[in-house]
Design a protein around this ligand. Structure first.
Ligand SMILES: Nc1ncnc2c1ncn2[C@@H]1O[C@H](COP(=O)(O)OP(=O)(O)OP(=O)(O)O)[C@@H](O)[C@H]1O
Length: 473
């Protein structure tokens, strides 16, 4: 069902057109002049406008309305209704960007045919635009940190050349995005970008996958080198490439030619190879698992994609970028991080790097209770690996200045210790390494008191609700 705006000064025609379209299941709105039409367009974008050229009593005629709509919202299709004998004007309207015209008097079929075509053409145009947008997004490197700016500069430089690039970096750190970035900024951008993840292909099938097969009956099944012709082939997890395929790739890189599996004719190829690895190829070379000569051919320009731990300052902008994208592409609600939530994400460890951050944002949008800013307590905290650098902080502590964070820590720490020693201050003081009197003062300044609960004396963070008792020594 589409939302169609019908603009005609004659009430009979307006109603007739609207009735026909509604019978076909569409929703319609109507206007009799320029002001009504432009207001309707502004209040909600119609999927289609059926527009009469002659509008009595209107400050603009149909052509002028068409020009205004085209200027402000060029993607709304417009079908012109022209009076009999006004073909030149109708043709002029099409030149101005109208989708098509119908001449009065018209039949129901004519109206339906042209409306359906206009809606379908506009739907296709939008679908293509959204696919192109998705393609662009896959090659977008977000971030303003020193590490990302430096990476982007190197990628820009290498994109202008034909050199082979080896991308190294931890999982999810953007190696494929970087490869796509190089491709889309190179003079191969209009040719295909083809991906092979060597870890996902059975070793026995690798050569056929890369180089294709010639069957006995002469039929040819092209491989990825042929599919990427003129473009870029991205070899992900190249360390997993079996030995046979390694030698064959080496030969292609040297000779720009290969034979399909089962064939003897040599196929000429023009493909830029970009490869990526999460593993240290040098140690695989030493272990005899990766060919050194192939390594040198692949890594003419070696580049590293940084872990998210090295990009902490970019975490808020990356996270908000993913939130906006997911809202657009997955139809999830549009939300942003609160400053506290953003600060909390910066203190977490991210072993899965940018991919993990993206997944956490998706999870928050899907599971999130409501709209508005995302608060720290909506974030699933990532269990971190302390060896990864950067300590894990509680949500409360992550967003406080040092002095207040220290007080919060001291309070929680002392409460825990007092409770461990059954509310006994002397033993606690001895353990934590303070004079008893100093500990008393500290507890007072931190607002820690004890209450008796179920016969046991426990320390609490008290604001003085009257129940507190003095500590026992
Ligand atoms: N700097 C960045 N800007 C925007 N998006 C990024 C960035 N880095 C990574 N991403 C996103 O993170 C996700 C993982 O990136 P990508 O697949 O390129 O990582 P990878 O290093 O190739 O991972 P793997 O080693 O697992 O193949 C993708 O959704 C990608 O769009």
């Amino acid at each position: 069902m589409a939302d169609i705006l019908v603009v005609d000064d004659e009430a009979d025609i307006r109603e007739l057109v609207a009735d026909i379209l509604e019978d076909e299941g569409h929703a319609t709105r109507t206007a009799s002049d320029a002001d009504g039409a432009l207001k309707a367009v502004e209040s909600a974008r119609p999927d289609l406008i059926i527009l009469d050229i002659w509008l009595q009593g209107s400050r603009m005629d149909g052509i002028e309305i068409l020009k205004t709509v085209r200027r402000n919202q060029p993607d709304i299709p417009v079908v012109i209704i022209s009076g009999h004998g006004n073909i030149e004007i109708a043709v002029a309207a099409v030149k101005q960007g109208a989708y098509d015209f119908i001449e009065k008097p018209f039949t129901t079929d004519q109206l339906m045919l042209v409306s359906t075509r206009a809606l379908e053409a506009s739907r296709l145009r939008r679908e293509i635009a959204s696919l192109q947008e998705a393609d662009r997004a896959q090659a977008e490197i977000i971030g303003a940190s020193h590490a990302i700016v430096a990476l982007r500069q190197k990628l820009d430089r290498v994109a202008r050349t034909a050199s082979r690039v080896l991308l190294s970096g931890p999982p999810g750190s953007g190696k494929e995005v970087a490869a796509r970035y190089i491709h889309t900024h190179s003079d191969r951008a209009r040719a295909p970008f083809v991906v092979l993840n060597a870890a996902n292909i059975e070793p026995a099938k690798m050569e056929e996958t890369l180089f294709g097969r010639e069957r006995e009956d002469g039929a040819v099944v092209p491989g990825l080198f042929e599919k990427a012709s003129g473009g870029t082939l991205f070899l992900d997890e190249v360390a997993e490439m079996p030995a046979g395929a390694q030698s064959k790739i080496l030969r292609v890189l040297v000779d720009q030619r290969f034979a399909r599996v089962g064939g003897s004719d040599m196929v000429q190829t023009d493909v830029r190879v970009i490869s990526a690895t999460t593993r240290d190829l040098q140690s695989l070379i030493q272990a005899g698992r990766f060919r050194e000569d192939l390594f040198h051919r692949l890594s003419v320009v070696p580049l590293e994609t940084p872990s998210l731990a090295a990009l902490r300052e970019d975490i808020p902008v990356l996270a908000n970028h993913f939130l906006a994208r997911l809202a657009k592409t997955e139809g999830l609600p549009l939300r942003r991080l609160s400053p506290d939530a953003a600060a909390l994400l910066q203190t977490q460890n991210w072993p899965g790097n940018v991919r993990q951050l993206r997944n956490v944002m998706e999870q928050v949008l899907i599971l999130g209770a409501g709209g508005g800013e995302i608060s720290p307590d909506e974030l699933p905290l990532t269990a971190g690996d302390p060896a990864d650098g950067g300590a894990i902080l509680s949500p409360a502590m992550a967003t406080l200045p040092l002095r207040e964070a220290r007080e919060l820590f001291e309070r929680d720490y002392l409460i825990a210790q007092i409770n461990r020693f059954g509310g006994n201050i002397s033993r606690t003081a001895a353990f934590v390494g303070m004079e008893r009197s100093a500990l008393h003062r500290k507890l007072k300044s931190l607002g820690v008191a004890t209450v008796t609960r179920g016969g046991a004396r426990v320390a609490i963070a008290g604001e003085g609700d009257g129940d507190e008792e003095e500590f026992e020594d």
